[in-house]
Design a protein around this ligand. Structure first.
Ligand code: SAM
Length: 285
């Protein structure tokens, strides 16, 4: 009989955060495919699980996926885990899940922690609609472009960010998102769990003042407030908040008397974007 593929969520810090079913599947399956065998061994050791583990990471995904599908076709059941949280959520696994489905193998989710949903659930930001955006690009210009792309989304935005980029990322978030509410969830489920709430500039200031910035960060941005023309800025929002889309910002600059190209240049400079990016967005060029 063909084996199954179990996609098992594992803790994001606190080892108690794995389901009883997750532990049982890890114990009963034939093979555990993990991102980093050393990392997963800590978890397996904690629960006294002796199932053999093989590595499955972004550099061997394609070859390993074919090999693992072959094993499931021969009857082995495989549990896929990542270093922490839910596999495939900014973690490897997509190719294996896809290959298993294409081969007619049953794929079973074993749900559990994900930093994204943990952060959202305690953020205090609207949770009726949210968009998970993964990691922001490392370069500021690309980061601002990525933020521009999701800026008008009527949903809470969720990003992952590394400790050494968080301050720069908050600067770009402030430039693109103005004073929309931001929540930083740091070290979820761990000893130094912390939530910082405010505008991107306020949180940036708080973090920049610390002697060192450590830990794992999830960033949430509240959706764009619903505004009618003529509405006064919200109490925590300065009047120079960039609330216009790129197109509207260019139009506004043209109304001030600038030529179309000069308006594009000015908006690009103000938003920290390349001229071509603004041109492409505004004129579809
Ligand atoms: N698959 C994982 C999940 O479901 O959450 C995410 C893996 S991704 C490679 C790792 C990123 O998730 C970190 O850089 C950080 O942004 C976020 N993250 C992971 N653990 C976290 C924690 N305990 N607290 C806050 N953010 C966390």
């Amino acid at each position: 009989m063909t084996g199954k593929l179990y996609v098992v969520a594992t803790p994001i810090g606190n080892l108690e955060d794995i389901t009883m079913r997750g532990v049982r599947i890890l114990r009963e399956c034939s093979i555990i495919a993990c991102e980093d065998t050393r990392q997963t061994h800590k978890l397996l050791e904690h629960f006294g699980i002796t199932t053999p583990a093989v590595s499955y990471h972004e550099h061997n995904e394609a070859a390993r996926a074919a090999e693992l599908v072959g094993k499931m076709e021969e009857g082995s059941s495989i549990a896929l885990v990542s270093d922490a949280g839910t596999p495939l959520i900014s973690d490897p696994g997509y190719r294996l899940v896809r290959a298993a489905i294409d081969a007619g193998i049953t794929v079973v989710p074993i749900p559990g922690p994900s930093a994204s949903l943990g952060a959202l659930s305690a953020s205090g930001l609207p949770s009726d609609a949210f968009r998970f955006c993964g990691f922001l690009p490392p370069k500021s210009s690309q980061r601002r472009r990525a933020l521009e792309e999701v800026r008008a989304d009527a949903a809470t935005l969720i990003f992952y960010e590394s400790p050494h980029r968080i301050v720069d990322a908050l600067e770009d978030i402030a430039a693109v998102m103005g004073s929309r509410p931001v929540v930083i969830a740091r070290e979820l489920t761990k000893l130094h769990e912390e939530f910082l709430r405010g505008t991107a500039s306020q949180i940036r200031e708080t973090l920049a003042a610390r002697p060192s910035i450590k830990g794992e960060f999830t960033v949430l941005i509240g959706k764009m407030p619903d505004r009618k023309p003529g509405d006064a800025p919200e109490s925590n929002e300065s009047s120079d908040t960039p609330v216009l889309s790129l197109k509207d910002a260019v139009k506004a600059a043209e109304k001030e008397g600038l030529s179309h190209m000069d308006a594009i240049k000015r908006v690009a400079k103000e938003r920290g974007l390349g001229k071509r990016d603004v041109y492409r967005e505004v004129d579809g060029g």
